[in-house]
Write a protein that binds this ligand. Sequence first.
Ligand SMILES: Nc1ncnc2c1ncn2[C@@H]1O[C@H](COP(=O)(O)OP(=O)(O)OP(=O)(O)O)[C@@H](O)[C@H]1O
Length: 380
Amino acid sequence: MSAATPGPALAPDERVGMPEADEVVPAPADPREPGDVLLEVRDLRVSIPTPAGPVHAADGVTLTLRQGEVLGVVGETGSGKSVTCRALLGLRPTPKTEVTGTVAYPSLGVDDITGLPPRRLRRLWGRHVAMIPQNPMTSLDPVKRIGDQVAEALGDTVKGAAARRERVIELLRQVGLPAPERRLDAFPHQFSGGMLQRTLIAIAIAQNPAMLVADEPTTALDVLIQDQILGLLLSLQRDLGTSLVLVSHDLSVVSQVCDRVAVMYAGQVVEIADTATLLTQPRHPYTRALIGALPSAVARDEPLRVIPGAPPPLVGLGPTCRFAARCELHEAACDEWRTELLAVGAPTRPDSHHSRCRRADELDAAAAPPTTPKDQGEQR
Ligand SMILES: Nc1ncnc2c1ncn2[C@@H]1O[C@H](COP(=O)(O)OP(=O)(O)OP(=O)(O)O)[C@@H](O)[C@H]1O
């Protein structure tokens, strides 16, 4: 990772989730020390009320993200990736959605954002955390000019019309839009999908936030453009020293570009580890099955592998293993065990290798399918 750009320390009245003015507040740490814990999520639960009962889209998610780190969140459709990652910004799918647990930003002096009203969350958005959405085609205001939408994202960080215009042009240039000064008056319908996603990335980085959450940022784009956008996102992340949470259903993409990977299944993180460890010593049967299904793990003349069965609906699930019905290692005792995310081996840090399988230690690393971890294979 390149050296981080120092970010502004928060004034006490700008801090989110902190005591009010008459209480004693400690001075916030520099939010941009590479390696500092930026985000700490503990036992996050997001329950969405539906006629069929509450959907437990995130159910006990615990994870950590360090400053400057790229964390991939991977899992099948409906596993809770989007709901979990939006909760990192305090967003909930419906107003009646219940959120419990804690989402803290220790280096920003933020104790917990769950339950905060949008008025207080707005102090965090843009300046400290920002989101790059899944579908660029529907994420910009169709009746506002591109330049104005990027300028709005600056908030009050740049004063004066001329300086704001210059900064907008600089941002659009930074995300690779050719001749940005000629694009300011364009409307979104005049842009291609790739140009729209570049614009959304410009909006997300406008205030140089400490963390970006990118929710399947390339899924809606042409295959040829996908690699360009992912490459852009990663080069900006490196240059700005930003932390990045990259949501994807594609383990091969995540494994090429992320420092660490969290694997989600049925609303839970079932395994989390640094990328090389996860790929070479997976300690959850679901991760192993995902790795076994990668095209790189299958010989040319073999058909692609699929994981038999389907994930359970996220309503009324008990405390035992949710992968049991699809698991090759399932045994009767698994149906008695309340799952929890346990450290694999001797943990040295809270962000070391964890698995939610009671048989994790029995999984033989030597049997892991061959893969290409980040930094060892072709870079995107
Ligand atoms: N507004 C909502 N109302 C009811 N259920 C919802 C709502 N939003 C999400 N869900 C449910 O929450 C669960 C998790 O959804 P989420 O979008 O987080 O999954 P995902 O892993 O991101 O899937 P995908 O890869 O398809 O985007 C799913 O069962 C989904 O149907």
